[in-house]
Design a protein around this ligand. Structure first.
Ligand SMILES: NC(=O)c1ccc[n+]([C@@H]2O[C@H](COP(=O)([O-])OP(=O)(O)OC[C@H]3O[C@@H](n4cnc5c(N)ncnc54)[C@H](OP(=O)(O)O)[C@@H]3O)[C@@H](O)[C@H]2O)c1
Length: 236
């Protein structure tokens, strides 16, 4: 079941996986609102038909609040929220990781996505008569069960925290007809990975949209679940 004719918000839509979400959702005939820290720098998604660029820095509560009001001016309902913005932070191990590393990553990867949902909800843009699906882009690196190699303290912890935030959102917003799910993109060639990876962003994003489309068709449960781009369940 193709997702088309919907209003889709992509947070962190300027580059990488987020920009690819913007392109693929627009190509399927959806109205896309891309949230970027600096729309003027978001060259990859400028000038695409059906795409509106908005300004949002998810590490700033004031910015998220202002942005949600901007989204409200553009639409009365959001069908899909792709909570994609994220940072890896400094690549340091046990000896060098600092409190600042932990907090900076937590601020963007866990608090930011929560504030995005909170503020869109406060604006009355989620759920109600029409369902909303909130898909937060987490990482298997945040899986406790999957951690075989240690390290990555700040990033791992921030994504594990995002996962439990998503679980609470899935419970708290269920009555509002809002479905909250987690997506793992795979190991994808982007700026974040320094150009390394096992798959390209096209493959990753078409796979993750496939998860959402299977969810829309009732073939995959999305509420409170976690799937990778291959539609496999990821262990917590
Ligand atoms: N690549 C992978 O292998 C991989 C694997 C697992 C999970 N992920 C997750 O997938 C998501 C996208 O990653 P990526 O690989 O595409 O990374 P990327 O190429 O570094 O892109 C990150 C995106 O997030 C945005 N962003 C960062 N901080 C932001 C903030 N405070 N406010 C608003 N936007 C912000 C960036 O915007 P600017 O252009 O303004 O910096 C950019 O659009 C992340 O959540 C990441 O953790 C990636």
């Amino acid at each position: 079941m193709s997702i088309t004719g919907k209003t889709v918000v992509v947070v962190g839509g300027s580059r990488g996986i987020g920009a690819e979400f913007v392109r693929q959702f627009a190509a399927k005939g959806n109205a896309v609102i891309a949230a970027c820290r600096q729309p003027s720098q978001a060259k990859e998604v400028q000038g695409i038909d059906g795409v509106k660029l908005t300004t949002c820095d998810i590490s700033s509560p004031q910015s998220v609040e202002r942005w949600a009001a901007e989204v409200k001016e553009a639409t009365s309902h959001v069908d899909y929220v792709i909570n994609n913005a994220g940072i890896y932070g400094r690549r340091v191990g046990l000896t060098d990781v600092t409190a600042e590393d932990m907090l900076a990553t937590f601020t963007t990867n866990c608090i930011g996505p929560l504030l995005v949902v909170q503020q869109l909800h406060k604006q009355g843009l989620l759920g109600g008569k029409q369902q909303t699906v909130v898909a937060s882009v987490t990482s298997k690196v945040g899986s406790v069960a999957d951690n075989q190699s240690g390290g990555g303290y700040a990033y791992r912890a921030s994504k594990s925290a995002l996962n439990i935030v998503n679980k609470s959102l899935s419970i708290d917003l269920a009555d509002r007809n809002v479905v909250c799910t987690l997506l793992h993109p795979g190991y994808v060639v982007t700026d974040m990975t320094g150009g390394k990876g096992l798959i390209d962003k096209q493959t990753s994003v078409s796979g993750m949209i496939g998860v959402l489309e299977d969810g829309a068709a009732g073939k995959l449960p999305l509420q409170g679940t976690w799937h990778d781009y291959k539609k496999e369940t990821v262990p917590w």
